[in-house]
Design a protein around this ligand. Structure first.
Ligand code: DC
Length: 220
């Protein structure tokens, strides 16, 4: 069994790349950001302020997150409801970055992530997979790109989906999350000492997929 950890900042292309590589190699793809996003949607929908004190055990036990797989890949369920589309909205992105600073929330989600990685070969993407969730992963990749390039990609993705967006706002949101994700105290976004750095600023998606597939094959 091989565990591949792909970490990096928002908009570096982690999920599209991880999804494609997982399909090529027959691994299970686990998008951990989706779990933080689902927890944020729970807070947003239930009027819970995203501060540490608000997440008692009682509230945490009510946040039921499940992952299912179909032909399109991972679906994420919040208390039994499919929220795979809802979690991609801007308020869920910012909310996820905020909720991810709360240790009790992280501990709950990390437990689920570790359980999923016990079952089969996986590619898991996030911020702290190589440093905290799966410190013994066989392959660790840190995927990054310049802020401008990441904002351009995210903007194009939103436009394609017909979700109207303003470029400056998209860039500001990415900068906010970069800072929030890397400056939090518990399991921040950080490259693991033994990770391979891949800067995708000047690479096409296919080039990145090829490079990462090579790295994984080299470890098999
Ligand atoms: O990868 P993403 O954009 O879907 O992640 C949303 C937020 O969730 C991100 O800004 C920080 C948080 N996150 C995290 O703290 N740790 C992870 N392993 C994955 C995501």
């Amino acid at each position: 069994m091989i565990r591949v950890a792909i970490d990096g900042p928002a908009g570096a292309g982690k999920s599209s790349i991880a999804k494609a590589v997982a399909k090529n190699l027959g691994f299970v793809y686990i998008d951990t950001g989706a779990m933080y996003r689902a927890a944020a949607v729970y807070a947003l929908e239930n009027g819970i302020e995203i501060v540490a004190d608000a997440f008692s055990n009682e509230i945490l036990n009510k946040i039921k997150i499940d992952i299912e797989y179909d032909d399109d890949g991972q679906r994420i369920l919040l208390c039994g409801r499919d929220v795979s589309e809802r979690i991609r909205e801007a308020d869920a992105s910012i909310g996820a970055s905020d909720i991810a600073t709360i240790p009790a929330v992280r501990l709950k989600l990390v437990e689920l992530q570790r359980r999923l990685a016990e079952k089969s070969s996986v590619i898991m993407d996030g911020r702290d997979i190589g440093t905290y969730v799966l410190p013994d992963a066989e392959v660790k990749i840190f995927l990054t790109a310049s802020v401008d390039e990441r904002a351009r990609r995210r903007f194009a993705e939103l436009e394609k989906k017909g979700m109207a967006a303003d470029f400056e706002k998209v860039k500001k949101d990415i900068e906010y999350r970069d800072k929030n994700d890397s400056e939090r105290e518990f399991a921040p976004l950080k490259m693991a000492d033994d990770a391979v750095l891949v800067d995708t600023s000047d690479m096409t998606i296919d080039e990145v997929i090829e490079r990462i597939t090579e790295i994984i094959k080299g470890a098999e």
